[in-house]
Design a protein around this ligand. Structure first.
Ligand code: ATP
Ligand code: MN
Length: 456
């Protein structure tokens, strides 16, 4: 096993003269008359360790097996590197090839592959420079999320993956059943004696916990049978859902803004070289927009103001900008990229287009919803103050034609120690798109699940 101080990331920071063993996979081998130069990487760093192997030191068969993709252990001494980009390189004394990778058949050769091609070799793409950077950023972001909430005393709660409720009331559900396919279903005979689904959100269960622990968050997988094939939707994705008791829409917005800023700051600190790599190869504006997010004060406008701004814009939008219509991607981009040039929080949407649990405003027309929109990707967070008034909630459930019996426990929260509360959902992969500059959500998750795709 590689010990913490043996990762290439650590070796690159050590002093010349130290004896070390490096392990990893060969990126490239280059031969000159007297030496072989091997670029070695173990996934810990966007910078490879350069190994210098004197010609004749190991048998020719060993050298021949050191090709792109092969796994090696190299023992030797660190020496000052004459090349730029790294301070030290490794002068090899012994080399062990653990597994060769036939250059005739190994698909991930040095040449630059398109992201689409790399998706077809999902078992090998983590070894590429691009996906090395993306998955290190993903790891750092997951850690940053827990850090943010744990520092503030939020309780981490695991909500169920298999659920009987459809939080959004919006369809797009994957059913979970052990009934035989093809027969008319009798759900009383099913595994759970009822209809169940893969969860679309942990919010309703998080609300239960917020009524006991005040500030809580979930962070887990979520499933939606989105048959839409967009670059921003997955069938399986991760969502972070904080829920806060004794909190209104203003507190919710403040937390969302502090949260996004903290995440960007923490990842910039942890993964600077990766973000520089991604800026160079994928999104020239990346570091600039990340700095912009940290240093801006998010714009806050109501849906009604947003609609007025869209109508005044003089733009020819494809979708309607009438009051009552949902904001589309093109509208979100106009607001964030052109009108304000920074993240925008839009609040108080028409009640007809939002979920039943959002708190009804006194105007009778709108609910206390909030969406956080970010330049380049549009909606990144959706949230709301929740309806804590028993009678109003009951009426909203009826109004949307939903079965009241199914929500008995949700209604009970409003009968026993109910309190104003609010929360939001951040799509983990949407945030990663923002942080990495990747344009397709399939390229920020290890094994994307989309219509027709579940190979790896
Ligand atoms: P959209 O309009 O983009 O489909 P939504 O309104 O369905 O989003 P919510 O139900 O509010 O989204 O979910 C909360 C967050 O989860 C969204 O803000 C987004 O970041 C993320 N999200 C929603 N659907 C998906 C999906 N299919 N794949 C990845 N992330 C998603
Ligand atoms: Mn959606």
């Amino acid at each position: 096993m590689i010990q913490p101080d043996e990762y290439i990331r650590s070796l690159l920071k050590r002093q010349p003269g130290e004896s070390v063993t490096a392990r990893g996979w060969v990126k490239t081998r280059r031969d000159s008359k007297n030496v072989h130069f091997i670029q070695l990487n173990d996934g810990s760093s966007p910078v490879d360790l350069q190994v210098v192997l004197d010609a004749g030191l190991v048998p020719p068969e060993t050298v021949a097996a050191i090709t792109t993709g092969a796994s090696l252990s190299v023992e030797g001494a660190l020496v000052a590197s004459p090349g730029k980009g790294q301070a030290v390189e490794l002068k090899a004394r012994t080399v062990k090839v653990h597994g060769a990778a036939n250059p005739e058949t190994y698909p991930l050769q040095k040449k630059k592959h398109t992201l689409e091609t790399l998706r077809e070799i999902g078992h090998l793409r983590p070894r590429s420079n691009t996906f090395g950077a993306v998955f290190r950023v993903r790891n750092a972001l997951a850690f940053a999320i827990h850090k943010f909430f744990q520092d503030r005393g939020f309780l981490y709660v695991h909500t169920p993956v298999i659920s009987a409720s459809d939080a959004e009331g919006a369809g797009q559900l994957f059913e979970v059943t052990t009934l035989e396919l093809g027969k008319p279903p009798d759900f009383t005979q099913d595994f759970f004696s009822r209809k169940t689904f893969l969860t679309v959100s942990g919010q309703l269960e998080a609300e239960i916990f917020a009524h006991a622990f005040a500030n809580v968050y979930t962070f887990g997988p979520t499933f939606r049978a989105e048959n839409s094939n967009t670059p921003r939707h997955l069938a399986e994705f991760y969502m972070i859902e904080p829920e806060m008791a004794f909190c209104d829409l203003k507190g919710n917005q403040d937390l969302a803004e502090a949260f996004l800023k903290s995440l960007v700051e923490q990842v910039m600190e942890a993964c600077r070289p990766d973000l520089e790599f991604l800026t160079k190869w994928y999104e020239p504006e990346l570091l600039k927009t990340l700095d912009g997010l940290v240093n801006s004060r998010f714009e806050r406008i109501t849906y009604t103001e947003a609609v007025a701004a869209l109508q005044k814009s003089g733009k020819n939008f494809e979708f309607s900008t009438e009051w009552g219509a949902d904001l589309q991607s093109e509208h979100e981009r106009y607001l964030t990229e052109e009108l304000f040039g920074k993240p925008v929080i839009v609040t108080d949407y028409p009640r007809a287009i939002k979920a039943f649990y959002m708190r009804a405003n006194d105007d009778g027309q709108t609910v206390g919803a909030m969406d956080v929109l970010a330049p380049r990707i549009g909606e990144i967070i959706g949230g709301s103050q929740r309806e804590e008034r028993y009678d109003v909630l009951k009426q909203r459930i009826a109004e949307q034609g939903m079965p009241e019996e199914a929500y008995w426990w949700y209604l009970d929260l409003r009968r026993f120690g109910g309190v104003e509360h609010a929360g939001f959902g951040l799509g983990f992969e949407r945030m990663l798109m923002y942080l990495t500059g990747m344009k397709n959500i399939r390229d920020v998750i290890p094994f994307p699940r989309t219509p027709g795709n579940a190979e790896f």
